[in-house]
Design a protein around this ligand. Structure first.
Ligand code: NAD
Length: 440
């Protein structure tokens, strides 16, 4: 099948590469010429395990192409995936300008039947807006070319994106006509495992499903974080509590870890957007999700607060080692990352910081441009040099079994603030290291 993917970010590039990998002919469009240049030079503009090799393989096979040419992209694919960003607007609602611009570009140039697929996370009612934008462009040209609009939200996780895309738990398709449903079934047939994972539903339900999934996951995190704060005060260990409740199949172990707050490009913006849509479009105040968001905002300051409690409010002259900048392991994404709040809290209190992250240090330099009090180390051990304490923000695998003797020798004071509960408190404390984790 011929497919156009609009937007070559985490979702667009992964989708494009995976669809090419199962034999489709894919053209990826981006308005950012720098990204397309990197792709044409054989690189990839993001870090995602396995993606570079997959892109290379499919470019070499002639199945994956890149362009900034909007007209060419509109002509190319029978299926046109919109996978552009939907960042938060100033008021918290999802900014639809990139989605609508992409839809208009399709309408401006299409000359035959197209299935236009919203893969971006978009508020309920967006498919109608996409339909109207395309119809408007066709009307301007005085043509009536047929098209279908489909909602196909994406559930992949950064860091495991290829596996998630190739072995999805479910594929949600919101669709209101047979032709489009047939196309979507054919497209996803090669990546469904042993049984049909395609759930076809009405468009509005599909649009809401994506927000509901992210909101549910964010709720679990905020719930566990709140209990962790309580456990800490009451002398309980949230890790034991987690095991105790996770064993109930109605609760389950997945996604039940306490930590220093959720970040990333999705949970914060999607929870906010859902609250906003509910208020504006349905006059409903979503109380649970409003609390989830507030609890998370507070949780992102917990590490900073612990440091200040331990070292005092004036951190001038104090220096900290920070392990992990990405919002989670296996990605370079720092959108809404907790590390940004932690670093800012430390800098605001007068401290200096040396950070180490296996892949996100380049991104961090964009987030904190010209910040002389934030430096970067070549590896995790070098980051410890001259530091008063170590702060762990991201759960990278290489941080899981460190040499505690080295940590103890290098730090001026043997203190670890662990925002991801990576270690056994008894073990760390038995080595003479003060260990402050979350809820333990
Ligand atoms: P991203 O910011 O990494 O990429 C978006 C890309 O779209 C950028 O490269 C941008 O230049 C390009 N773009 C913007 N307008 C364009 C246009 N008119 N034509 C062509 N290209 C255009 O975003 P992302 O993280 O891939 O997310 C995309 C969407 O998918 C969002 O709605 C997001 O909520 C959703 N989503 C993201 C994830 C994730 O883990 N990142 C997972 C599921 C769903």
């Amino acid at each position: 099948m011929k497919i156009t993917v609009i937007g070559t970010g985490y979702v667009g590039l992964v989708s494009g590469a995976c669809f090419a990998d199962v034999g489709n002919d894919v053209l990826c469009l981006d308005v950012d010429p720098a990204k397309i240049q990197i792709l044409e030079d054989g690189g990839i503009p993001i870090y995602e395990p396995g993606l570079q090799e997959m892109v290379k393989r499919n470019v070499a096979a002639g199945r994956l192409h890149f362009t900034t040419d909007v007209e060419k992209a509109a002509h190319f694919g029978t299926v046109q995936f919109i996978a552009v960003g939907t960042p938060p607007d100033e008021d918290g609602s999802a900014d639809m300008k990139y989605v609508i611009a992409a839809a208009r570009n399709i309408g401006k140039y299409m000359t035959d039947y197209k299935v236009v697929v919203d893969k971006s996370t978009v508020p309920v009612g967006t498919a109608d807006r996409v339909k109207a934008a395309i119809a408007d462009e066709l009307a301007k040209r005085g043509v009536t070319t047929p098209f279908s609009v489909v909602s196909n939200p994406e559930f992949l996780k950064e860091g495991a994106a290829i596996d998630d895309f190739m072995r999805p738990d479910r594929i949600v398709v919101g669709c209101e006509d047979e032709q489009a449903a047939l196309n979507m079934r054919a497209l996803y047939a090669p990546i469904q495992r042993n049984h049909d994972r395609l759930i076809v539903m009405d468009i509005r339900s599909a649009e809401l499903t994506k927000y509901a999934a992210n909101a549910m996951l964010a709720t679990r995190i905020s719930f566990m974080n709140e209990l962790a704060n309580l456990a800490e005060k009451l002398g309980a260990d949230i890790e034991n509590v987690r095991k105790g409740i996770g064993s109930d199949p109605r609760i389950g172990y997945d996604f039940l870890y306490a930590g220093a707050g959720y970040g990333g490009s999705c949970f914060p913006k999607d929870v906010q957007a859902l609250v906003k849509t509910a208020q504006d479009d349905a006059d409903i105040h979503l109380q649970v999700l409003t609390a989830v968001e507030a609890a998370n905002d507070a949780q992102k300051r917990v590490l900073g607060r612990k440091v200040i409690k331990r070292f005092g409010p004036d951190l001038k002259g104090k220096h900290f080692a920070l392990w992990g900048l990405a919002f989670k392991a296996n990605t370079d994404d720092m959108r809404k990352a907790t590390s940004r709040d932690v670093i800012q809290d430390l800098l605001d209190a007068g401290a200096t910081v040396t950070a180490y992250d296996p892949v996100a240090m380049k991104e961090s330099k964009h987030c904190f441009p010209d910040e002389p009090r934030l430096s970067y180390a070549e590896n995790q051990t070098a980051a410890l040099e001259g530091a008063d304490a170590l702060i762990i923000v991201t759960e990278w695998r290489e941080f899981r079994s460190p040499d505690f003797d080295t940590i103890k020798t290098k730090l001026k004071q043997p203190v670890i603030f662990d925002g991801r509960n990576l270690y056994d408190p008894k073990l760390v404390r038995s080595m003479g290291i003060e260990y402050q984790a979350i809820g333990r």
